[in-house]
Write a protein that binds this ligand. Structure first.
Ligand SMILES: [Zn+2]
Length: 208
């Protein structure tokens, strides 16, 4: 990733540290503004990503018209109300109508919209709406399950709660059988991962 360093942003972060009662000139915090800037640039890099250039060379004409599902896509986003992370898993399905999208592009698309300031509801529908528009399938389904640190860390009740959002478009909205087939398939453990509860990688703070 190429980040353009922005001294103004680093100055704002230095001032924020001081406002919080910290001493931005102490040793442990000296490089923090630079690190925070770099990490924020990455976590919001979806703003500058171009959906078309990611997707356009990966659309293929086929006569496959069965459900395509990519499930358990890990994602990390920032809530726009608190700028704190929310993260979890995303499940995406569509039923092609003459063309398919390269499978690896679906997690890329999730990242493009997750790496912005978001609310989970909008994130879910942006992924679904974009797939519908670009692939023009018979329908699209997206389900997202996430933990919100603004709830878990700030002592709001139900700290272990998971928020679930979904967007069902086209045949997934109109046909109950298609929708329940999708919902059943995302509940089953993946063949590759094995049957265990697939857990998210541990969240650790590294000095980068
Ligand atoms: Zn929040």
């Amino acid at each position: 990733m190429s980040a353009i360093y922005n001294n103004e942003m680093q100055e704002v972060i230095r001032r924020l540290l001081a406002e919080l009662g910290e001493d931005p000139s102490r040793e442990g915090l000296l490089d923090t503004p630079k690190r925070v800037e770099k990490s924020l640039q990455f976590l919001t890099s979806g703003y500058s990503a171009d959906v078309d250039s990611v997707l356009n060379n990966a659309l293929f004409t086929v006569d496959y018209n069965e459900m395509v599902i990519v499930k358990d896509i890990d994602f990390y986003s920032l809530c726009e109300h608190h700028m704190l992370p929310f993260f979890g898993r995303c499940h995406v399905a569509y039923i092609p109508q003459g063309r398919v999208l390269g499978l690896s592009k679906i997690p890329r698309l999730v990242d493009i919209f997750a790496r912005r300031l978001q609310i989970q509801e909008r994130l879910t529908s942006q992924i679904a709406d974009t797939l519908l528009e670009k692939v023009q399938p018979m329908g699209v389904a997206v389900v997202m399950e996430a933990t919100h640190l603004c709830m878990a860390m700030r002592g709001v009740e139900k700290q272990n709660s998971v928020a679930v959002t979904s967007s069902m478009l086209g045949i997934f909205r109109d046909d109950a059988r298609t929708r329940s087939e999708f919902l059943e398939l995302i509940k089953k453990p993946g063949l590759v991962d094995g049957p265990a509860n697939h857990t998210l990688p541990p969240v650790a703070c590294t000095v980068d």
